[in-house]
Design a protein around this ligand. Structure first.
Ligand SMILES: [Zn+2]
Length: 208
């Protein structure tokens, strides 16, 4: 599998491109900003985007999803439980002094355990509320890979002080979901460096 992660936008959201070498189909996760850079990565690997997934509807993760959809024709998947965050996109933009992006409801709101597939790439949706009500992670068991959004970071966890955040739900998502994954699972968080489930289990102070 082809995987490229690039930090996009002023807030450094990790956008990840998952592609299959044979079919050249791809999933793009969290295309917050920097569409030209994302398109360059896709072109470099000769990939066609078939699915766009947004881990949660915070502005830095979702701002350019519609632009990428208009360019590629791929549907946008995120949880309808984050629609209240879409409704306050102007507030989110003002908070970070960003332009208000056009954000539409998802083409599809995936269910727990649902597979997001393109030919050769299989990612399972894990609904992990806490950082926001509709936060989700993508787990690729064949790759030992987790795209964690802002639920889990290297040495940290997602903040819960924005509307829809809930620290109790976040801890339940971490303890009852993410920490059940194998230690070897590589974690790509929504911001910052990669880590593994094993490292976080042993060293993350928020999980002690
Ligand atoms: Zn966020």
């Amino acid at each position: 599998m082809i995987r490229e992660t690039l930090a996009v936008g002023l807030l450094g959201c990790n956008c990840t491109v998952l592609g299959d070498e044979a079919s050249r189909e791809a999933i793009v996760v969290d295309p917050g900003y920097d569409i030209p850079r994302i398109l360059a990565v896709l072109a470099q690997h000769q990939l066609t985007v078939n699915q766009i997934v947004v881990t949660h509807a915070h502005i830095d993760h979702i701002a350019s999803a519609l632009t990428l959809k208009e360019i590629t024709g791929a549907p946008i998947l995120y949880s309808k439980d984050d629609l209240p965050l879409v409704a306050i996109m102007d507030w989110q933009a003002a908070l970070f002094q960003l332009a208000v992006p056009e954000v539409r409801p998802p083409d599809h709101s995936p269910a727990e355990g649902e597979w997001v597939n393109v030919k050769g790439v299989e990612a399972m949706v894990m609904l992990t509320p806490g950082h926001s009500e509709g936060s989700l992670c993508l787990y690729l068991p064949a790759e030992d890979l987790l795209l964690a959004g802002d639920t889990l970071f290297a040495g940290g966890v997602g903040r819960t002080d924005f509307p829809g955040g809930d620290s109790g739900k976040l801890m339940a998502s971490l303890r009852e979901r993410l920490l059940l994954l194998p230690d070897a699972t590589v974690v790509v968080p929504g911001h910052g460096p990669e880590t593994t489930i094993g490292i976080e289990r042993r060293t993350n102070p928020f999980l002690a």
